[in-house]
Design a protein around this ligand. Structure first.
Ligand SMILES: [Zn+2]
Length: 233
């Protein structure tokens, strides 16, 4: 495995997840200069609570370089960044949720996935599951199209928009399991809530959540606008 890693490093030298510069010896995931200014949520700010999940851990803030890195990841095919985001999440997930059975994710609709070529949350969930030595399973599917959440202003509109939009997949094993649901960005939380509601109805024993980035207030509105713009490109 070590040798394979070294070969991969030669072929694809590791780059800073924020500014793309080649990493120097001793740097991991991001360069030193980016490392000094990463917008991180501090302490309990990292934790959001919900109705159908108890806690969602989301360590990065949707600002500046995180925002740019993320837009690139989501809309410009920089899929290699998923592994780094997963590495970022790992210690927080280990700390908050030491006992889990399976990792899953908030799935994209079929059409969006086809257009984009990948599901950005699935890639992070897979990377994270590998690090946690847990299975990563597709437990959820999007069962109807929704309006883009980014176009809806009020929280109640967003909740209504996603109600019934997700279902538990046929033959998915949910009953009695402790599940981690991964999403890329959490804004109002209505999408991940709806996914957790379906998992609750299907008999999950525990449901916890992790998102790479959280966007609140002004950032939340920016996140929504960014998504609208990028989707219209
Ligand atoms: Zn950098």
């Amino acid at each position: 495995m070590k040798l394979l890693d070294r070969c991969l490093d030669l072929l694809y030298p590791p780059r800073c997840v924020f500014c793309d510069t080649l990493l120097q010896e001793g740097e991991l995931y991001f360069c030193q200069s980016c490392g000094e200014k990463i917008p991180m949520a501090e302490g309990r700010e990292r934790i959001r609570t919900g109705v159908y999940f108890d806690r969602c851990v989301a360590p990065l803030l949707y600002q500046d370089m995180v925002r740019e890195s993320f837009l690139d990841y989501k809309f410009h095919q920089k899929t290699w960044r998923a592994a780094t985001y997963a590495a970022f999440l790992e210690p927080y997930v280990r700390e908050e949720f030491p006992a889990l059975d399976v990792v899953t994710w908030v799935p994209l609709g079929r059409r969006s996935q086809k257009d984009r070529g990948y599901d950005q949350s699935e890639l992070v969930a897979k990377g994270l599951a590998r690090r946690l030595d847990l299975p990563c399973e597709r437990l959820l599917e999007k069962v109807r199209d929704t309006q883009q959440q980014s176009r809806l202003e009020r929280p109640e509109q967003r909740r209504a928009n996603v109600l019934g939009a997700y279902g538990v997949k046929k033959h998915a094993s949910v009953q009695g399991r402790r599940i981690l649901v991964v999403d890329d960005v959490i804004t109002t939380g209505s999408t991940i809530e709806e996914c957790c509601r379906m998992l609750t109805l299907a008999g999950a024993a525990e449901i916890h959540c992790a998102a790479v980035v959280q966007a609140v207030g002004r950032e939340g509105r920016e996140a929504k606008n960014d998504e609208t713009l990028a989707n219209e490109e």
